[in-house]
Design a protein. Structure first.
Length: 152
C-alpha cells in the first residue's frame, strides 16, 4: 500500500497523531469575519481548530517552546531577536491562503503576548486570527498532545 500523499503547503504540516488537515471544514467552522478579525477561542474550540488543521503559533520564549508546545505549532517569540524575519516568513506563508486560520497562544489568560502578536500580524495583513486564551498550560493540563524540542 502506498503512503498517503504529502499535504499541499496550503494545508500545512502533517503532525503525528493529528488528523489530516481539512481546510474546507476549518474555513466553514472558523470563517473569516472582516468585522472581527481577532477572536478568542476556548478549550473546545482550540482543540477543534487543531484537529481541523489550523496553523498554531506559539508567542512564548524559545526556551518555553522547546520545553513543550502544541504539536505542529510555529515558534514566534514576541520578545526575542529575529522577530521581524519570523513575521515576514509567516506573512509569506500566509500568501498561499490569506484566509487560513491562525491560532496564537502563550502562557494563558494572564499573558498578553498572543494578543500583542495578533495585532502585529493583523497589521501585516493576516485577517483570520484566533487566540487560544488558555494557552499551552491549559492545553497540557487537559491532556492534549504535546511536542518538545525546537521543531514543530
Amino acid at each position: 500500500m502506498a503512503p498517503p500523499p504529502a499535504p499541499s503547503p496550503a494545508q500545512g504540516p502533517t503532525v503525528p497523531g493529528r488528523p489530516s488537515p481539512d481546510p474546507e471544514a476549518l474555513g466553514a467552522r472558523f470563517p473569516l469575519d472582516p468585522s472581527n478579525p481577532i477572536r478568542d477561542l476556548d478549550e473546545v474550540e482550540a482543540w477543534e481548530a487543531w484537529r481541523l488543521g489550523a496553523l498554531f503559533v506559539d508567542a512564548r520564549r524559545s526556551a518555553e517552546f522547546r520545553a513543550g508546545h502544541i504539536p505542529g505549532a510555529r515558534s514566534l517569540p514576541l520578545w526575542e531577536d529575529g522577530l521581524e524575519a519570523r513575521l515576514a516568513d509567516l506573512r509569506d506563508f500566509q500568501v498561499e491562503d490569506p484566509r487560513r486560520v491562525i491560532v496564537l497562544y502563550c502562557t494563558g489568560s494572564a499573558c498578553t503576548d498572543s494578543h500583542d502578536l495578533a495585532q502585529r500580524l493583523f497589521a501585516l495583513g493576516l485577517p483570520n486570527l484566533r487566540i487560544y486564551t488558555g494557552g499551552y498550560p491549559a492545553w497540557a493540563r487537559h491532556g492534549r498532545p504535546v511536542a518538545k524540542g525546537a521543531q514543530p
